[in-house]
Design a protein around this ligand. Structure first.
Ligand code: SAM
Length: 252
């Protein structure tokens, strides 16, 4: 089908691909991916022989016009990333925007994303959640970003890496307070491990543990209602009731 198809691919387990993703990829005139070596593992596994073209931060300005040309000429182009859903901490946004500007239809073939997989197993509130993705690398910039997130009344989702994890958890505990948190590692893969605790307990555990290997999502619960404010409410309620009973007594 002509148009740009945004196709989600597995985040580890190759079985996590939808039937529609497979038919869309097989029918595409071109598959645009981050790294042809990574995507060819998937296409070879499923016997898909469509042409692959690398599209990443380095070559995007040069390659994007070529892709748009093929879309304008009526071809079907599939956009995938190395893993999960394109554009979720991955390239593709400008391509989609320019396709829309050129009146090219854009379709989603939805599927896995590490953010939602981690939320699904975290055991933390899901009614509101905020996706932050990767925090900045530098300490100061990371602290500033965490300060911005502190008051958001929602569960927070971060992408992390093994080498940064212990430091990031400590920075989160300092900036956000000791909230409930979950570290989800290697989801859907052989060494999948989920650690549940609080920011302080997890920061302490990972500070002394070996550096965790593989891919990691950190999910942090929403701000806890300050106990002091609950006490304040109770105190003003008690004071109000006291005033009422004094008035009642005076009226009687
Ligand atoms: N587009 C992808 C998605 O929809 O999830 C995310 C791409 S981002 C460049 C890669 C990051 O996603 C990793 O550093 C890790 O934080 C997270 N991630 C990807 N696969 C994962 C997995 N199987 N288990 C845990 N985290 C994963």
């Amino acid at each position: 089908q002509p148009g740009l198809h945004v196709v989600a691919t597995p985040i580890g387990n190759l079985q996590d691909i939808t039937l529609r993703a497979l038919t869309t990829l097989a029918a595409a005139d071109l598959i645009v991916c981050e790294d042809t070596r990574v995507t060819s593992r998937l296409t070879n596994h499923y016997g898909i022989s469509a042409q692959l073209l690398a599209y990443n931060d380095h070559n995007a300005p040069r390659v994007r016009p070529q892709i748009l040309e093929r879309l304008t000429s009526g071809q079907g182009v599939a956009l995938v990333s190395d893993a999960g859903t394109p554009m979720v901490s991955d390239p593709g946004f400008k391509l989609v925007r320019e396709a829309i500007e050129a009146d090219i239809p854009v379709f989603a073939a939805p599927g896995p994303s590490a953010a939602l997989a981690a939320l699904a197993v975290a055991g933390l509130p899901t009614d509101r959640f905020f996706f932050e993705g990767f925090l900045p690398n530098k300490d100061g910039a990371r602290a500033n970003r965490l300060a911005e997130l502190k008051t958001i009344p929602a569960t927070l989702i971060f992408y992390e890496s093994g080498p940064r994890l212990a430091d990031s958890l400590a920075a989160m505990a300092t900036a956000l307070g000791d909230r409930a948190a979950t570290v989800a590692r290697e989801l859907t893969k052989a060494y999948e491990t989920v650690y549940r605790g609080t920011l302080v307990s997890l920061a302490t555990d990972f500070a002394i543990a070996d550096e965790p290997k593989g891919e990691i999502v950190v999910v942090v619960g929403p701000p806890v209602e300050e106990k002091a404010s609950a006490d304040d409410i109770e105190a003003s309620l008690a004071a109000a009731l006291e005033t009422l009973s004094v008035k009642d007594a005076a009226a009687a």
